[in-house]
Design a protein around this ligand. Sequence first.
Ligand SMILES: Nc1ncnc2c1ncn2[C@@H]1O[C@H](COP(=O)(O)OP(=O)(O)OP(=O)(O)O)[C@@H](O)[C@H]1O
Ligand SMILES: [Mg+2]
Length: 334
Amino acid sequence: MPAYFGLDIGSTSIKLIQTDGDKVKSIGIEPNQFGKNISGMTNSEKISLTDTLKNMIKDSGVRERKVVASIPESSVFSRVLKFPVMSSPELATAIRWELDQAVPFPPSEVETSWSVLEKPDKFDGSEKISVYVVAVPSNISETYVQILELIGVEPVRLENEVPSLSRAFAENLNDTSPTAIIDWGASGTNIVVAGKTKLFGNFYVPVGGSTMTKLVADAFGLPLDQAENYKRTYGFSKDQLDGKMMVVLKPIIDNIIGEIKKLIISYNDEHSGNLVSKLIITGGGAYLPGLIPYLSEAAGIEVVVGDPFSQMSLDAKYKNLGPVFAIASGLAMQ
Ligand SMILES: Nc1ncnc2c1ncn2[C@@H]1O[C@H](COP(=O)(O)OP(=O)(O)OP(=O)(O)O)[C@@H](O)[C@H]1O
Ligand SMILES: [Mg+2]
């Protein structure tokens, strides 16, 4: 059993899990009472959050005091970048240059890591080196470390969401025919194209379920909690409420599907023959009634709900929450 638990502090819900093989040993989920990520919280909100976290740890019964926690994609720079074939020192300079353009912090205030994903064996002038680059502002990782220390746990590792998302489903993935994995959260949507051991591309769209709820609230003149119920009950269907839900939600859903298609097409263009043939959807957005058939049709691809609990034994009350525990489950894995 890993000597740590996974902790995913989402903008609407906080998930904690420890697994041992196919058993869930400890688990907990609580609302994030501030409805935002840690990077947007005031100091007093962060202090209240630590109380929530301490209670969650106590109630879940988790004994370990070591944790692997996620940092949201919205707080980091995380991207598969392509470069012409070049030497390692040249590559380091090229990555630095890309980061200088994309990251609004001086290099001394950012923790950067990168790994080469694909490097051509022989060179005819057209091949590219593909590199996964992650840059985390130091003040963000320091805030996470401080919060974890305040709740009495030791971070083994902090990780952005892309690696944990692919790890959660790695068993079902294949390097020669990759899968698109979508985490449709509240504040944003993560799109990853990955195989069993390889990451091929990723993109973060800063739009998710919260924006949908706000649009429903505006369109129907409802308070947010009622709009949330409307969304969950009527979903994305032209047969509900005279098709008005469809009209309200379609632009935002089409926008996200457009980004998913762009990433899939970019992979398919570069790897003729080994095409992305499946899409796994996770996160609370995966429950939106009517979304899956629409997504499957619009993206022209088989869509399945990603459920890390499908083969796990756990307390029945959590059994249908697998999709929202995808990131936490990936964090908790060895
Ligand atoms: N049955 C449902 N139908 C439609 N949407 C749902 C349903 N259940 C949950 N959601 C939506 O899922 C979102 C919460 O999912 P999740 O827990 O994955 O988000 P989060 O991790 O807190 O957010 P983020 O990762 O963006 O910070 C909310 O926007 C909520 O409205
Ligand atoms: Mg999330």
